[in-house]
Design a protein. Sequence first.
Length: 326
Amino acid sequence: MMATIIQVDEYGNAYFDATDFNMIDFSLGDALLMRIGEKKFEIPFYSGPYCKMNESTLIRKKDKIFLSIRHGCAVKKYNLHIGQHVTFFLLFSKKYWEKENAYSFEEITDKSTYETNEEFANFRSILPHGGLFYRSSSPVDNTYNRSSSVISCIEKYKVSTIIDMADSQEELDNLINELDDETRSIIRTRRIFAIGDDSGLYSQSFSESVAIAMRLIISAKTPCLIHCRAGKRRSGFTCAIIQALYGMSADKIMEDYMLSYKNNNKITFSDNPKRYEYLKNDTIKAILHHINGTDLCHLRETTEQYLIHLGLSSEEISLLEQKICQ
């Protein structure tokens, strides 16, 4: 079938006339063959940006259908423009269904469905010995309706330092300016560092943010809170390094990471073991393999080598471990 581009946005996504797809039996999770001129490409058809960095996806979200590249620009890569025709064919039915089924969930924003403020805020200590290091959803970005709950936890657990893995300094300043006076005062009385990066967990840019976070932790006044937007990927990556240096096992690190799916999306092993295991393998297990390689039995040593690769010195790593284990 042939679809017409009717809009492009500032992110480089190309939107098609959705009515072009009405008579075609494409299903989410299918593999499609996309033809632009004489060039052909296989792409997945998803309900969200579930692909890896720099991979192309055709996305159907509500009543819109668009071509997107995660952390990239589809318009530039494929030289697209409004009015251009792109042809799609069904290549393999349900080839990508497992990923589509695993990731097609909503963020739960109703606090009344949670037993504790901490669960709704996705707020918890990341180490077995308690409250020196915490992780959570964002205290300043209320996209998921959780910021006030995070603020309450910041006060309750006397957080002194906040490391924001989601926002740039400009973005953080804008978000803080939108807060009410009382909340703004609570945030401003803490040391807060904005080192956010959304270029992908395995990008050079994010690696640089992780290195900055580790150096901040060395001199940080504790308790210290690490957060991103929902408190999953970017904060989870950073916390996994801290947990590995502390001596936690891969199983314990993965178990902690998956609590964020429970707190944000009510996804648990007992309710849906297949989805839980898929998400675990696709997220935190992949993160651990990126940091540590194939050996997940000697995490402390391989994490130290990873940090050396990021540019930290042996002395900095020693100081970091002392801070984490105090």
